[in-house]
Design a protein around this ligand. Structure first.
Ligand SMILES: [Zn+2]
Length: 371
């Protein structure tokens, strides 16, 4: 690619990619192209099985959204799920993502096998344009405490799921549910990605327990947690202690700015007074990897969105006051912040003059280079 702007350098540059790697970055021999080159995006958290599903009304709160999602799952066919997933994957790839992690509901009533296979088949249609990781997402009907639930999750890993996930807040004993999921991770070797603390109730926060349970099992580096909104409601001393444990446990924290802004502090007819986003700066200061995901796209939980990683980064900047463009890029590029010789050749180019310009306008007409 000739005459491109880069996130960490001034001027225009010629970037050569060969054999799947960046082999050279040289000052441009010709005029600027008007294009910005960024590391290809890595979408860390979506729900492909529900995306673009029509809903009767905007959610009144998280529990109303869960009820609508339950209803949606009951009346969805495998074809519906496959169509939604295909549409989401196509949008994500068009925005410049080459990797994506999607949670897929695994509950007794929907036959987790059916929907997961529909999502996997949709992912296969995109071939090497998009590498899709599937989280077997244990909804509240599949409490990992129960042996049959753990057997279903273990079977999911044998049948196309890559990661173990759960939403434990509504379990009778959420700590025991987390422990059981981590025990299964230890037994199977699968990574974990849980929906955690998607609320602003300090007393109900489970993040400290997740960090301690991860450390107790030696699972450092293989556990991620999405949302973690309640961390921002802890008193500063306790929050500092939790952040230290999160860092020691090697957790990755995935903030979902659009969903957190939309659902947290939601009261019908009243203006929200909380932001709902986790302690991004404090986690980063402790060297915790923080990612920014799209989460729900036009489904029972959120009526907007298009799975554009640039939108997630822009909203993270606005909601959490993240001004460091490298932090924003790391959050949507799987930790990458620049393009240098030796880097992976997965690069997205888009008509923009800088990262700030790209975040401000989120332009279309993006091109992805893989090799
Ligand atoms: Zn989610």
């Amino acid at each position: 690619m000739a005459g491109v702007a880069l996130p960490d350098r001034r001027g225009a540059w010629d970037v050569t990619v060969e054999g799947g790697r960046v082999t050279s970055v040289e000052p441009a021999a010709g005029p600027p192209s008007g294009l910005l080159a960024l590391p290809a995006f890595h979408e860390p958290h979506v729900h492909a099985d529900r995306a673009f599903a029509p809903i009767p009304h905007p959610p009144r709160d998280l529990h109303d959204a869960i009820a609508m999602a339950d209803d949606l799952r009951e009346r969805s066919t495998a074809e519906d799920v496959g169509d939604r997933a295909r549409r989401l994957f196509e949008r994500s790839a068009a925005h410049g993502a080459t990797r994506l992690r999607t949670h897929v509901d695994h509950s007794p009533m929907d036959g987790g096998v059916r929907d997961r296979r529909a999502v996997r088949a949709a992912a296969a249609e995109l071939g090497d344009r998009l590498s899709v990781e599937i989280v077997a997402f244990a909804s509240r009907e599949l409490d990992p405490v129960a042996a049959e639930s753990r057997a279903a999750l273990a079977a999911a890993l044998e049948d196309g799921a890559d990661v173990l996930g759960a939403f434990v807040a509504l379990s009778p004993d959420p700590r025991a549910s987390l422990d059981a999921l981590l025990d299964l991770a230890l037994a199977t070797g699968a990574p974990v990605d849980v929906h955690l603390d998607e609320h602003c109730d300090a007393d109900a926060s489970l993040l400290e327990h997740l960090a301690e349970a991860t450390l107790a099992r030696g699972l450092e580096g293989s556990v991620a947690a999405g949302h973690c909104c309640a961390l921002a409601t802890l008193d500063p001393d306790r929050a500092g202690r939790v952040v230290e444990k999160v860092a020691a446990a090697g957790l990755t924290i995935i903030a979902l700015p659009a969903l957190n802004l939309y659902l947290q502090g939601r009261r019908t007819g009243a203006t929200p007074t909380v932001r709902g986003i986790t302690l991004v700066h404090e986690l980063l200061a402790a060297r915790v990897p923080v990612r920014f995901g799209s989460d729900n796209v036009r489904d029972p939980f959120y009526p907007y969105g298009d799975a554009d990683p640039l939108e997630a980064a822009w909203l993270a900047s606005v909601a959490a006051h993240v001004d460091d463009r490298a932090v924003l890029l790391a959050g949507i590029c799987g930790g990458r912040t620049a393009i240098a010789p030796g880097d992976a050749g997965a690069i997205v180019t888009l008509p923009a003059t800088s990262v700030q310009d790209a975040l401000a306008r989120r332009p279309t007409r993006r091109t992805v280079t893989r090799a």
